[in-house]
Design a protein around this ligand. Structure first.
Ligand SMILES: [Zn+2]
Length: 347
């Protein structure tokens, strides 16, 4: 509308161009993500067209998270909500209710063929099976499939595949930690780009362009991780961690992860379950033991002490690290984890 006015005054032409550019930038889209990893993806794809914030912050444990009143305020002001799904955000329905949020929602794992829980020591006492079911139940499975990159569990029907009876604990029967696979991150990126484009169609091209660039960087990192890990003999790729967050990473790159607690970081393993992991570590000569940024290091340190192994450092499981940590972005975190794993697994 101003164009005509400005066009008459030639000296103001550049100002008129500025004015034309303004409307698209005026109001960034307010996007709230459930946790820090998604928030970083939203920032990468949304660029300066979004104002992105996370509910569970860096180094926060989404499994035990309890929303504060300020989180309800943040969510209430959102124009788009991005969540992981697969029952990762158990605290979300109540928060949504108290925030009165009824806006659009992106489920970043939509379309992913989720892994069922296989390991996890918190399942032993609920499965109704004999308690003598062994220290390494579930983990042998991972090992057998070291070189198998296909989803061959026969659950091609997405979310309804779980044929097991429901477990007593609060999380679902599917493993939510799918961001630990860089190839599944492609689905996250696609879903987030689509959600942003639908919520803000004027900038759809911008989001798609940035998503393509981001997806390409994720793919390049994936390739480099694959080739670096291939240099380590498959039988040496065994790692002990706190909670069962790395099944997708393990499947992708042929690493067996043995966890002290189950898929939720909150489970308390029994003394016997800890003893079994220690025994397995000794028997299989496992030296790679890691703490996680979102879980208390107590149990892992106990296992390290009793097996004489050295803790190999911190793996980033369910949250990014603080700014400047090197794991303050999703791709940075995946690279950090790889570097630490390779360091610990290289004899
Ligand atoms: Zn977790």
């Amino acid at each position: 509308m101003n164009v005509r006015v400005f066009n008459r005054a030639g000296a103001l032409l550049s100002l008129s161009l500025l004015a034309l550019a303004l409307p698209a930038q005026a109001e960034p889209l307010r996007v709230v993500s459930s946790f820090s990893i998604l928030n970083d993806m939203v920032r990468e794809i949304g660029g300066d067209k979004v104002m992105a914030s996370a509910i569970v912050p860096a180094n926060g444990d989404a499994h035990s998270f309890e929303p504060r009143p300020s989180d309800a305020k943040t969510l209430a002001s959102a124009q788009l909500l991005v969540i992981n799904g697969l029952d990762f955000e158990a605290w979300l329905p109540r928060l949504q209710q108290s925030a009165g949020y009824r806006g659009p929602q992106v489920v970043a794992t939509q379309g992913i063929d989720a892994l069922a829980f296989e390991g996890g020591h918190d399942h032993a006492h609920e499965s109704g099976q004999d308690h003598d079911d062994g220290h390494d139940h579930g983990h042998d499975h991972d090992h057998d499939h070291d070189h198998d990159h296909d989803h061959d569990h026969g659950h091609g029907h997405g979310k309804e595949q779980a044929a097991e009876p429901p477990h007593a604990h609060s999380h679902g029967s599917q493993d939510p930690h799918a961001w630990q696979s860089l190839s599944l991150a492609q689905t996250y990126i696609g879903n987030i780009a689509q959600g942003l484009s639908q919520a803000d169609p004027a900038n759809a091209d911008y989001y798609q362009r940035r998503a393509q660039d981001y997806a390409q960087r994720a793919q390049q990192l994936d390739q480099s991780i694959k080739s670096r890990l291939q240099a380590i003999p498959a039988e040496q790729r065994k790692v002990i961690t706190s909670h069962d967050a790395f099944a997708y990473l393990g499947k992708e790159y042929g690493i067996t992860f043995i966890s002290l607690v189950g898929v939720s970081s909150q489970a308390e393993p029994s003394a016997r379950e800890i003893a079994q992991v220690i025994e397995q570590a000794r028997r299989e000569n496992i030296h790679a033991i890691f703490v996680e940024n979102t879980v208390s290091p107590r149990l892992v340190e106990q296992v390290a002490r009793e097996t004489g192994a050295k803790v190999g450092g911190t793996l980033y499981s369910d949250a990014l690290g603080k700014p400047g940590s090197g794991a303050d972005s999703y791709l940075g975190m995946m690279k950090w984890n790889t570097d630490k794993l390779i360091e610990a697994l290289t004899p």
